[in-house]
Structure formats: C-alpha cells, structure tokens
Design a protein around this ligand. Structure first.
Ligand SMILES: N[C@@H](CCC(=O)N[C@@H](CS)C(=O)NCC(=O)O)C(=O)O
Length: 203
C-alpha cells in the first residue's frame, strides 16, 4: 500500500460516503476501494469490528468506526476543532447521527413488508421527530454546525438528512426533517459546498 485506502460498499451513501467526502475535502490522495455485496461475507471477518468503512494508511493498523475515521481526518486537516471541548460537542452530534442509524438501520433487514411498515411508521411517529428536534437544538446560526466553516460533523448531518430526502426509504416521508430549518440548512450548505460539488462532478 503506497497511499491511504478507504474501503466501503459500492454506493454513495452513509458512513462510507461521509468518509470519502472528508478525505476529498481534506485533499488526501486516497485509494477509493468499493466492494460488491457478493464479496462482503469474505471480507467481513477481516475487518476490525465486522463493519465498513475501514481506513488504512502506511505504517498504521487498520482503523474502523466512521466517527474515529472522520475525527482523525478532521483533526489532521482542519475539519475538526482543535479545542477539546468544542471537539467533544461536534463528536456528540456525530454520535447522535449514529443513534439514528442504529434505530433505522435494522429495519432495512426486515423481510416481512407489513412488519417493516409498522416498525418504520412507529419511528416516524416518535423517534425521528425527537431525533430531528434534538439535532436542531444543537445548531446555531449556521449555515454549518460551527458557523461559516464546514467540519466533518456537517458531512455526517448532511448524510443523515439526505438518507430520507430522496424519498427512497419506504414508509419514511422525504420531508421527515423539513420541520427543522437549521438541520435542513446544514444539509443544503454541504450539498452546495464547492468541494462537495467537485466530488460529485467527478462522477
Ligand atoms: N459503528 C460502525 C458501524 C459500521 C457498520 O455497521 N457499517 C455498515 C455499513 S454503513 C456495515 O458494514 N454493514 C454490513 C454488516 O454489518 O454486515 C461505524 O460507524 O463505522
């Protein structure tokens, strides 16, 4: 391995995409390894905790857990606060996004459609609005979490809102977080960020 390597599934979503975006915005020349679902069972036992993304760079052991990867990249490249308390505030919100995934993610694997509908409608009823309201309370004048500059926490919030905004998650309305203007503003500010646009322009 001659340069950093980020391994994730072959899709522009979730924990892997937020790490790819962070590396791109940091200006890191990295190997973007995209694996197919069919290859995952063989790779899974070789990952540190049984999940992706994982990040590798010469001279270091493999690193997993999206928040740890994001904080590492952010600290090194000015995308995470240097002040310890401020950094912890950002990390709290990053963990809040992981709480969202921990609640919604398991419904993806439900095979029975009626059960999936019931579980997701329950999330729409209580968990998701409560999640959005808590996130909203953490946000200030924007447009980003910490004001005018993008940090890795913003990538995480963006990806959380984007998950539903496309309207492709059955039984969860695309507008689920529309009632939270600050959260929506972070989503839009990341989407419209020149570096983020450049990443997607690359195809
Ligand atoms: N807490 C881990 C979760 C990793 C995780 O569950 N990743 C998902 C993809 S977003 C995965 O690998 N799913 C396949 C599996 O668990 O077998 C993180 O933040 O990176």
């Amino acid at each position: 391995m001659s340069k950093p390597k980020l391994t994730y599934f072959d899709a522009p979503v979730s924990r892997g995409e937020e790490c790819r975006l962070a590396l791109h915005l940091a200006g890191v020349d990295f190997e973007d390894v995209r694996i197919q679902q069919a290859d995952w069972p063989a790779l899974k036992p070789q990952t540190p905790f049984g999940g992706l993304p994982m990040y590798e760079e010469p001279g270091h052991p493999v690193l997993a857990q999206s928040n740890a990867i994001l904080v590492l990249i952010g600290r090194r490249h000015g995308l995470h606060p240097t002040d310890a308390f401020e950094a912890a505030r950002h990390e709290a919100v990053m963990h809040h996004v992981e709480d969202l995934r921990a609640n919604v993610g398991p419904t993806i694997r439900i095979k029975d459609e009626a059960e999936k509908k019931q579980r997701r409608e329950a999330l729409v009823e209580s968990f998701l609005p409560a999640w959005g309201a808590s996130a909203e309370k953490q946000l200030g004048d924007g447009p980003f979490f910490a004001g005018s500059r993008l940090h890795v926490v913003d990538l995480k919030l963006h990806m959380a809102v984007r998950w539903f905004a496309g309207g492709k998650v059955d039984h969860i309305p695309a507008t689920i977080f529309a009632a939270y203007p600050k959260l929506s503003r972070v989503h839009d500010a990341v989407r419209d960020h020149a570096g983020v646009k450049a990443w997607y322009a690359k195809g």
